[in-house]
Write a protein that binds this ligand. Structure first.
Ligand code: ADP
Ligand code: MG
Length: 156
């Protein structure tokens, strides 16, 4: 996929999607290329498309089970794909100590892939090596427009 060729070269890419399906496809492409130990962070307002991206990402890893963001569960684990997927949604986290309680280090430094929605809320415990993804709307460009920035410059 062209997008990924650019990603590898520059370490940073700006993608514009015009529909949920396009954001899903972008996620799927990254999921297909993801490797063990990688951590992807997702930031952006409520309803911007972080979970849509995650659903595509999961499909790219070979996960067929439905992926969503249950309101009161910080971590969902999917083990049926090419690699385990640790899907965090920390939107409702009160304190980073809750991350200790679920033993987040086993996942951050484990053999699977982590994907963290609302990662900015737990910035203090994030490792340096991240693929940072931010999703934004632009009202001037239409209701379904999203600007997706993927920054993997911290990765070697
Ligand atoms: P978040 O997880 O960021 O809170 P969701 O992924 O749950 O957001 O929801 C995104 C919503 O925006 C969905 O209802 C989706 O259909 C809609 N949507 C519209 N355009 C897009 C787009 N380009 N990319 C992703 N989602 C979009
Ligand atoms: Mg979500």
């Amino acid at each position: 996929m062209e997008i990924l060729a650019v990603l590898k070269k520059e370490g940073r890419i700006l993608a514009e999607t015009m529909s949920p399906e396009e954001t899903f496809t972008l996620g799927e492409a990254l999921g297909r290329e993801a490797s063990a130990g990688q951590i992807f962070t997702l930031t952006g307002d409520l309803g911007v498309g972080k979970t849509v991206f995650t659903q595509g990402f999961a499909k790219g890893l070979g996960i067929v089970e439905t992926v969503n963001s249950p309101t009161f569960t910080i971590l969902q684990i999917y083990e049926e794909g090419r690699l385990p997927l640790y899907h965090f949604d920390v939107y409702r986290i009160g304190d980073v100590e809750e991350m200790d309680e679920i033993g987040y280090e086993d996942y951050f430094y484990g053999d699977g892939v982590c994907l963290i929605e609302w990662a900015d809320l737990i910035e203090e415990i994030l490792p340096e090596q991240l693929v940072r993804i931010s999703v934004e709307k632009d009202p001037e460009k239409g209701f379904d427009y999203r600007r997706v920035e993927i920054d993997r410059r911290s990765l070697r």
